[in-house]
Design a protein around this ligand. Structure first.
Ligand code: FES
Length: 84
């Protein structure tokens, strides 16, 4: 189990954060700065950067590449890592 914005999400430690979120029914986890549009997974291979999340306090992590480990704290990262 890891948490996404406080919500418990199942993980076996072998799938990415994006895969775990999709399996839990979460289809978007970020909003664009311009237009406030929802974003989640797009390319799925680390190229588009649409899937950014904050993982254990580290901003701008690509959810499609980072494994979801039990105990991880994953948060939305709408500010692109510019949190004070
Ligand atoms: S979905 Fe494109 S970089 Fe993650």
């Amino acid at each position: 189990m890891f948490t996404f914005d406080g919500r418990p999400i199942p993980t076996d430690g072998r799938r990415t954060i994006a895969a775990a979120l999709l399996a839990a029914g979460v289809r978007s986890w970020r909003r664009t700065r311009i237009g406030d549009r929802p974003r989640g997974i797009f390319c799925g291979i680390g190229i588009c950067f649409d899937c950014l999340v904050r993982v254990n306090g580290v901003p701008s992590q690509r959810a499609c590449l980072v494994l979801a480990r039990p105990g991880d704290v994953v948060e939305t990262d709408d500010d692109g890592g510019e949190r004070a």
